[in-house]
Design a protein around this ligand. Structure first.
Ligand SMILES: [Mg+2]
Length: 340
């Protein structure tokens, strides 16, 4: 007789499993061993509960533990109950005579015993019960293995998701940022600008805009080259950052043109910030290689949004104020008082 492998489609290797049998009578152990001699799983025997516990502790893959109930020193119920700590997943079976029925019920309720086999046993029934136990254990192990694979895959998916989220945030940052200066780029600024304009016009409050342009920037590029031009742009971005308040947003609007959006700020407040920036820029000397020192200035236009004014209208008005700063001599701030 052999293990009915056709019911195990998972190809489990039964030789990895052990059945431990405990009985105080050597002839019974001998009979049990003979009965299971042709099975694929390993069968080992112990003559007492103490020896049985030692075997359970020493053996890996204990699938089924079968114990006689009536044994001196430690009876079967106690042995099986104590074996739970050592092999919690093993299927426990009690070999009992009819007179031990109350003990059997208690062992099933309290000792984790799931089967009992009546003495004297009928060989085929015993074989079948133990095989079922091994199969049950195999399924428990298999399901645990699958669960571990699922857990592992879930952990990998979580980690992948987290990496994707990070990458998306980085992509979003890159898509919103001017690569040279690190300021917000024009595209992102215009989105933000429209939101702020809508918010201000819906809920009230002030919204001001500063627009500035580096004076004679072309000369910087023509005289000292584009890397000097880039250094100037970066320095302007750094100085702009210095005058910003947490709620302000600065952006590189075009080549050498920048904007600062100032929510909840009226014209005089925006003018103060604009002039602080103008002063800061004109006071700074940008040192380049070979002792080159570059001084630059900016021309700044400032405007505050009017009721119902569109984003384009507001931008144009600020641009005109900036143009006025250019035509009025550069390195200065002009405000737009123009009607909207
Ligand atoms: Mg006995």
């Amino acid at each position: 007789m052999s293990f009915p492998n056709e019911t195990l489609n998972d190809g489990g290797d039964m030789s990895q499993y052990t059945v431990i049998m405990v009985d105080d009578e050597q002839n019974i152990l001998y009979a049990l061993k003979r009965c299971f001699s042709r099975e694929k799983f390993r069968v080992i025997c112990a003559g007492s509960g103490v020896e049985g516990l030692r075997l359970v502790a020493e053996t890996a893959g204990v699938a089924v533990i079968v114990s006689d109930q009536r044994m001196p020193e430690m009876n079967g119920s106690e042995f099986l109950t104590r074996s739970r700590e050592l092999a919690p997943d093993a299927i426990r079976m009690l070999l009992t005579g009819y007179s031990d029925i109350q003990t059997t019920i208690a062992a099933m309720n309290e000792g984790g015993v799931s089967h009992y086999i009546s003495k004297p046993w009928e060989e085929f029934g015993l074989l079948q019960t133990v095989r079922d136990g091994v199969r049950q254990y195999h399924l428990i192990m298999e399901s645990r293995r699958q669960q571990e694979i699922i857990n592992q895959q879930n952990a990998e998916l979580r980690s992948l998701l987290s990496r994707l989220t990070d990458q998306n945030m980085e992509l979003e940052r890159l898509a919103s940022t001017d690569a040279l200066t690190g300021l917000t780029n024009r595209r992102r600024f215009l989105e933000f600008f429209e939101k702020e304009r809508n918010r201000t016009q819906r809920y009230g409050g002030d919204l001001s805009l500063i627009m500035f342009d580096i004076d004679h920037f072309k000369r910087v590029n023509d005289t000292w080259g584009h890397s000097a031009g880039d250094a100037v742009l970066c320095e302007i971005a750094r100085e702009t950052d210095l005058v910003l308040r947490v709620t302000d947003t600065a952006a590189r609007y075009g080549g050498e043109e920048f904007v600062i959006l100032l929510p909840e700020t009226e014209l005089t407040g925006a003018l103060l910030i604009a002039d602080r920036l103008r002063q800061l820029v004109s006071d700074t000397v940008i040192a380049q290689e070979q002792g080159i020192l570059i001084s630059i200035t900016v021309s700044i236009g400032v405007a505050m949004i009017g009721p119902e004014e569109s984003c384009d209208g507001f931008l144009n008005r600020t641009d005109q104020a900036m143009y006025l700063a250019k035509t009025n001599g550069r390195n200065r701030v002009e405000i737009s008082n123009c009607c909207y």
